[in-house]
Design a binder for this molecule. Structure first.
Ligand SMILES: [Zn+2]
Ligand SMILES: [Zn+2]
Length: 258
């Protein structure tokens, strides 16, 4: 049994690691085509981002592997495979519930990690990427990685979800983690401006967190930032303004402290 759990944890680590390399790699390639100079001179930083991210993959893989084993062998969790077990309308609702719960957890743990003592210990690694790249999606200190790694494995015990809907949640988590750090906006305007954009988080919003630190803590939604007065609006990208050196604006904010 112990061996089976170990193998499950190893398999999950491998899956999370490969998923990271595939997603970040794909968006890094896209970045090179759309904004060829964006990551110029960042090779050392990118190597560091990949190193921390692969370490995080192991930390994400272990709880996920244990829960996956328990799901398959012990009937753990409220994940269901038969779509008829719950009404169809519950499929999108469950996805939204997971995103809202993860967002709340992320907002408060992220704010806590911006307290000076914990910033130095747990979160400085993530902010050492100045400016972050598509490879920074999982560039976390192990303590920060642990706060992220437990969320979904805990939620599956609390909130029923179809296995396919869970896959969608994980896909959204992966894509937003990469694109929010990519250094340019891939999503259409309505997702960061206007009535809907005012509540959603994309690269424009998280960019400002990496520039100014003490604001824009959220993950998917601007709800908590707006409620708690920590939403400082959208950052801008130099290419939006027609700037010649795309990352100059971000670099000038590099000396700021949390
Ligand atoms: Zn970030
Ligand atoms: Zn932060």
């Amino acid at each position: 049994m112990a061996l089976a759990i170990l193998l499950s944890a190893l398999a999950m680590t491998l899956i999370v690691g490969l998923r990271y390399l595939a997603a970040s790699g794909a968006f890094a390639l896209l970045t090179r085509r759309r904004h060829p100079a964006l990551y110029a001179g960042l090779d050392r930083q990118i190597r560091r981002e990949i190193g921390w991210s692969l370490a995080s993959a192991a930390i994400y893989g272990v709880p996920a592997g244990i829960v996956a084993w328990g799901w398959a062998n012990r009937g753990w969790t409220r994940i269901y495979a038969n779509a008829a077990d719950w009404p169809l309308w519950y499929l999108p609702v469950s996805v939204l519930l997971y995103l809202v719960a993860h967002d709340a957890w992320f907002y408060w743990t992220h704010r806590w990690m911006h307290r000076p003592r914990w910033f130095r210990i747990a979160h400085a690694v993530h902010h050492a990427s100045r400016p972050p790249t598509a490879w920074a999606a999982m560039s976390f200190h192990p303590i920060e990685a642990l706060t992220g790694a437990v969320v979904i494995p805990l939620l599956v015990f609390l909130i029923p979800i179809h296995v396919g809907a869970l896959g969608l949640v994980l896909a959204i988590m992966t894509v937003m983690g990469v694109t929010n750090h990519m250094g340019w906006e891939i999503f259409p305007r309505f997702m960061h401006n206007g009535p809907l954009g005012g509540w959603l988080i994309t690269a424009h919003h998280h960019q400002r967190h990496h520039q100014f630190y003490g604001c824009n803590y959220g993950l998917y939604f601007r709800f908590w930032d707006r409620l708690c007065g920590t939403d400082k609006g959208l950052g801008d990208f130099a290419y939006d303004r027609g700037g010649a050196e795309p990352r100059a604006a971000a670099r000038s904010g590099a000396a700021r402290q949390p």
